[in-house]
Design a binder for this molecule. Structure first.
Ligand SMILES: O=c1[nH]cnc2c1ncn2[C@H]1C[C@H](O)[C@@H](CO)O1
Ligand SMILES: [Zn+2]
Length: 366
């Protein structure tokens, strides 16, 4: 949508000023590279490919740029490797909030798998409490810099492990202490979401929120199971829903039954453009299905997935989409309101952020 000629120019600085909402960001995919190096030194983690900060930063991006989700996921051994103490978790979580707030994010749901931080003996509850303490500290530091950001936590279970029920129970236990919901992550092919049906049933019985990584490295069957068997409220990525959309040579578009269902029910798609290019889920940003899906008015949201592995921020994702699809402030506002409507937060609080933060923020730019 073209902007008013009097609108603020679409510079990186202005995009950073615009309020943004982030629903899909992994705590272990967003560390500052210098923090990885410092924590490795403090914890005696010896397996980093390099201890030069600039080289390490490049290494993460190159190694993740692999064309396959499985190889992309291998890079997390190094971030999880340095996140095995409470002090490390508090630091990483606090810095995560500071970095998001500095980028203009006003509400974020950040996710991680507690089981991956228990390799040196931390109890899962201690992991969750350390991350919550870090988020609270990050919110305080952001407020000191004049930035208001609110955090929600999503706990992931890893698809290749069999601990979903246990993690779902922790998510419910900590629901009043900042844990907003649940997710399953990890390799998608060979690990369909229905392997964790018990956990999803438990969550639904407890009126708890969950999203599912589906339709990234595997296709429609994964999306269908996530929604119709498991009851996912949102789809992590979900980009492969385009496999159920056909376009005639004359440009007429036909939605299959699953694609129609996803659009009709306004099921949010947590789209992560740069990550999708790295894992091979999309050929490039310019050819990313987000253009088609947004044009068809699916409930599209824009996300970072892993800021370290993709070398991205919410602002850089917006800027890349603006360049590829000609998006402007009105589109950014639409993505942001879509995300806030889809947050695992009480309805009145979602409305409050939309009306008091997002709309005035964009009005000042448009
Ligand atoms: O895009 C992803 N798809 C599936 N799994 C992912 C993705 N990004 C990160 N993960 C995994 C690696 C992390 O260790 C884990 C929990 O954050 O989630
Ligand atoms: Zn993800």
């Amino acid at each position: 949508m073209p902007d008013n000629p009097a609108a603020a120019p679409l510079t990186m600085e202005n995009i950073r000023r615009a309020p943004k909402v982030l629903l899909h960001d992994h705590l272990d995919g967003g560390l500052r590279p210098e923090t990885v190096v410092e924590l490795a030194d403090a914890l005696g983690y010896r397996d980093l490919p390099t201890t030069d900060v600039a080289e390490l930063s490049r290494w993460f991006r190159d190694a993740a740029d692999s064309g396959s989700l499985e190889s992309y996921l291998e890079t997390f051994a190094h971030t999880c490797g340095v996140m095995q103490t409470e002090e490390a978790l508090v630091r990483v979580a606090a810095e995560c909030v500071e970095d998001l707030a500095a980028d203009g994010v006003v509400y974020a749901e950040v996710r991680y798998a507690p089981e991956l931080f228990a390799e040196r003996g931390l109890a899962l509850d201690a992991v969750v409490e350390a991350v919550q303490a870090g988020f609270a500290e990050g919110e305080r530091r952001a407020a000191q810099q004049g930035k208001v950001i609110r955090m929600g936590t999503l706990l992931c279970a890893m698809r290749q492990h069999a601990r979903a029920q246990e993690i779902a129970e922790i998510a419910v236990r900590y629901r009043d202490s900042g844990v907003a919901g649940f997710d399953i992550a990890g390799p998608e092919a060979g690990f369909p979401p229905t392997r964790n049906l018990d956990a999803f049933e438990y969550l639904r019985t407890n009126n708890a929120h969950f999203t599912i990584h589906a339709g990234e490295a595997f296709g429609l069957a994964s999306i269908w199971e996530a929604i119709q068997h498991c009851g996912a409220e949102r789809l992590g990525h979900g980009v492969r829903i385009v496999d159920d959309i056909k376009r005639d040579p004359d440009g007429t578009v036909h939605l299959g039954r699953l694609a129609s269902y996803v659009r009709d029910r306004r099921i949010p798609l947590e789209i992560c453009p740069s990550s999708n290019v790295q894992t091979g889920a999309a050929p490039s940003i310019a050819e990313h299905p987000i253009g088609l899906l947004a044009g068809l008015r699916f409930r599209v949201t824009v996300n970072t997935d892993n800021r370290l592995m993709s070398g991205c921020t919410m602002s850089s994702e917006f800027a890349a989409l603006a360049e590829a699809f000609g998006y402007g402030w009105a589109d950014f506002q639409w993505f942001t309101i879509n995300a806030m409507k889809s947050a695992f937060l009480d309805f009145d609080q979602r409305l409050e952020v939309i009306n008091n933060v997002i709309k005035p923020g964009y009005a000042a730019l448009i």
